[in-house]
Ligand binder design. Structure first.
Ligand code: F0G
Length: 443
């Protein structure tokens, strides 16, 4: 049951079929090139696209826009200390700004950085600082409740191979976005803490979806049955030396982020780098009202009614898709449903981008915008051809989820008529091609 009702609404509209056909063709079969007003249900990301509460909007009116020593910053500091247990924070304009601040201080040329699985911006910041990102996920069994976990043994093997002195930081991303949003157990965070101590590395948690992760722990980890999500959230993060946070996720805000650190010296370094790249250390590239929105959002994120409706809505979409015979990654994770495009469109070979074909058809059939995470986004990487359906927080209702499932059914009915896609234009940097490349149906 949704634990909120609408107070402000934004009209959305489904362009008719001819318009949708024209729009997707004009967008070069790339939904990043669509205008948002032409999108009926937008599942591109859960980042900054959710609905804020009345309390958040009210707090925004109190935004203190002082350059230095803003009250709004103090309120954010208090909120982070209460909810996440970090007293020292460096604000940043969003998660990747926080990554730049922290990894710029921790990582240097020739270093290695293990992570349960790097999210793309994390990977890019490690590389940008001369480091080498190394994914160390557990080898999962299908019934494993914590498929996002880190494999501590892989970290130990890496340390033996490259030398512990070349591993400045160990990162665990909760939930594990690049592993279908799967959760990480508290026990795994304890194990990660232990290996970080063994190799003398700074233990960083990418806390973007820390509240969603805490909900899974409450539901699935026996030790925490009956504990509050708020208590679990503090427990999870208590093992880390530092956190990087995107306020666009579990701070339920449209923009913002921060780094949290325990060590005073590391804090001082991060603060100086923050001033250089983000802005003075009490606003970090944000307006005072943005700091307020995060301060309130963090507290809301760890309340049971909120987090339960959030994660259960993703599961609800997953169930509707399974009923419609759509192959998905199950069980669903915290923020999105991941569809196995190769299984849904078995006639489209990998080099003709089955995921991107599906994304285009979802728009053509139902005005639904999803995102491809396969050969198009990650050229040449041996990974499953997935399509991510991300649910913005507190935004869509059951009817929208049903529309998404019906859209899949319609695409499925036409699967034998669909042709693959080829790239006809791409930008110079291959890593960024999926944001702007143009495609055409293969003849
Ligand atoms: N870390 C993780 C795990 C993320 O999922 C993201 C963003 C970031 C860091 C960077 O944060 O966007 O505020 O700069 N993920 C979004 C997504 C973009 O769609 O999954 P940001």
């Amino acid at each position: 049951m949704r634990a909120y009702r609408a107070k402000v609404v934004e009209p959305i509209h489904l362009p008719d079929r001819d318009e949708r056909e024209a729009n997707i063709e004009e967008a070069g079969y790339n939904v990043f090139n669509l205008d948002s007003e032409d999108v009926f249900i937008d599942l591109l990301t859960d980042s900054g696209t959710g609905t804020m509460s009345d309390e958040q909007w009210a707090a925004m009116m109190r935004g203190d826009e002082a350059y230095a020593g803003s009250d709004s910053f103090k309120r954010l500091q208090e909120s982070v200390a209460d909810v996440m247990g970090f007293e020292n924070i460096v604000p940043a304009h969003q998660g990747r700004g926080a990554e730049n601040v922290l990894y710029g201080v921790l990582v240097s040329e020739g270093d290695y950085v293990p992570n349960n699985t790097h999210f793309d911006t994390t990977r890019a910041h490690v590389v940008n600082n001369g480091g080498q990102p190394v994914d160390c996920p557990v080898d999962v069994a299908p019934d494993d409740p914590f498929q996002g976990n880190l494999d501590p043994e892989k970290v130990r093997e890496l340390a033996d191979e490259v030398g512990a002195e070349n591993i400045p930081a160990l990162v665990v991303t909760i939930t594990n976005n690049s592993m279908a949003g799967q959760p990480v157990s508290v026990q795994n965070l304890r194990d990660a803490r232990e290996v970080a101590d063994e190799i003398d590395a700074t233990f960083v948690i990418d806390a973007c979806r820390f509240a969603e992760n805490a909900y899974f722990v409450q539901q699935r980890e026996a030790e925490f049955e009956g504990s509050s999500v708020a208590a679990i959230a503090r427990e999870e993060l208590s093992y880390a030396d530092a956190i990087v946070m995107s306020g666009k996720k579990d701070a339920l805000s449209n923009i913002g982020g921060f780094v949290g650190v325990r060590d005073d010296e590391l804090f001082e370094h991060a603060k100086q780098r923050g001033i250089l790249y983000e802005g003075f250390s009490t606003y970090g590239g944000l307006s005072g009202r943005d700091l307020e929105a995060m301060a309130v959002g963090l507290r809301e994120a760890v309340t049971q009614p909120y987090i339960e409706s959030r994660v259960e809505q993703v599961a609800e979409l997953g169930d509707l898709l399974l009923d419609a015979d759509v192959p998905i990654y199950a069980p669903t994770g915290g923020h999105a449903v991941y569809v196995k495009a190769e299984e849904f469109l078995p006639n489209i070979p990998r080099e003709q981008f089955p995921g991107q074909v599906l994304v285009g058809e979802l728009y053509r059939e139902g005005g639904v915008r999803a995102v491809e995470l396969g050969e198009f986004a990650f050229p040449g990487e041996d990974r499953p051809q997935l399509v991510r359906l991300c649910l913005p927080r507190r935004t869509y209702f059951r009817e929208h989820l049903e529309h998404i499932a019906e859209t899949f059914e319609k695409v499925g009915e036409r699967r034998d008529e669909l042709s693959g896609l080829e790239i006809v234009w791409e930008p110079p940097m291959e890593e960024l091609r999926h944001f702007s490349a143009k495609l055409e149906p293969v003849e």
